[in-house]
Write a protein that binds this ligand. Sequence first.
Ligand code: ASP
Length: 337
Amino acid sequence: MGKKKVYIAYTGGTIGMKPSSNGFVTERGYFTRQIESYPELYHSEMPEFELHEYEHLIDSADITPQDWYHISQDIESKFNDFDGFIVLHGTDTMAYTASALSFMFEDLSKPVIVTGSQIPWSEMRSDGKDNLVTSLVLAANYNIPEVGLFFHNRLYRGNRARKLDATGFYAYQSPNFPALVEVGTKIDVKYDLLLKDPEKMLRVRHIAPPKVVVLSLFPGFPSHILKSIFESDIQGLVLMTYGMGNAPSEDKEMLKLLEQASNKGVIIVNCTQCNKGIVDMNGYATGKALLNIGVINGFDMTPEATMTKLSYLLSCDLKIDEMKQLMQTSLRGELTV
Ligand code: ASP
């Protein structure tokens, strides 16, 4: 049997950046040259790989749904030629991209691993080397039919991961779902947690530019702002609520505006501001008030998964009721029901 083959889509991000007088920046060719002279990547036990450097390398703060589409098309076009796929990406929005791709790839049968680093590859203490070497090993050799996010010795389900540390190497966590793989002296793949192998062929869906707003409540929230939001062409609202999904029930203006919008067909999803735990709108009257006016449950989805899933469903040409039902159903293991 020949060597396994991995395709690496290099989109930008710190891993390949170069220092400049304006801080770290991307530069075409810079990262590709660096990895060509890194011996571990060519060790006899490593898979073969092909690195495709994108023409327009970005800081991931600039990522758009158009870029997600481009990445998904790129992977789809190479799908039969490689055993696994890596997306090298900036850490800032990596959780959004991993979530978006998880919804866009239907019936995925091979690993797609999104990774990057906190310190550029060219710097002495870069964490990018470990992240890329281990991602290559995982993408080539393990049957992981999922979009995962690999960081600091853990592979997380992509739509469960969150960046929770701006500077630490242990930057990502998956607060509501265990890591899929833990890497130490051994590689421990939690096969019982993985999504099942699909029976159908891969299909790739598009996410249209989202007409979605993510809004976080806070004490004294000026409800009238909702009026102008709902006067726009918005189709979905991710409402970041307190605790188990509570909002101020004495703010009648807010409840009325939310109810009117929901009646008009805006999908309003209740997502907790807490990092861990699950929304239960029956727990308190303040949550029940939202349930009563048509707000739907985001369960334990991360804000990134909620936003990308809502945008994905809004792009799928579905009826409102179907979208609401699917929003509250696990499609790619993104929520616990
Ligand atoms: N700003 C960078 C980016 O997201 C940060 C990183 O990659 O760590 O592209």
